[in-house]
Design a protein around this ligand. Structure first.
Ligand code: FES
Length: 104
């Protein structure tokens, strides 16, 4: 999720500390029924299988592109470190982030 625009692991965020913060979850990315470009890219390039990791990957990747408009493969992998995907092997996730970078 994003807290005041920065990605954080929701499992380590203590809700009582977040009073007054702007919180955005994966459900808040789509606007007017249209998926965010990062969501579209994950769908288009098969950046997910079971989807267990996907909200964290997408939210973290959106934050990455706010800070780095054209990340390299290694920068994407470094940024997403800690978000564990047991299905895709990361190749399609990296491809999806690069695709989204061309749309955002
Ligand atoms: Fe299954 Fe990432 S798509 S854990």
């Amino acid at each position: 999720m994003h807290i005041d625009g920065k990605s954080v692991k929701s499992c380590t965020a203590f809700a009582a500390d977040l009073k007054g913060s702007k919180i955005t979850t994966i459900e808040g990315l789509a606007k007017n029924g249209k998926m965010h470009p990062m969501q579209e890219a994950f769908k288009k390039l098969h950046g997910l299988q079971c989807g267990f990791c996907t909200p964290g990957m997408v939210m973290s990747a959106v934050d990455l592109l706010k800070n780095n408009k054209n990340p390299s493969d290694q920068e994407i992998r470094d940024w997403l470190e800690g978000n564990i995907c047991r299905c895709t092997g990361y190749q399609n996730i990296v491809a999806a982030v690069k695709e989204a970078a061309t749309k955002m």
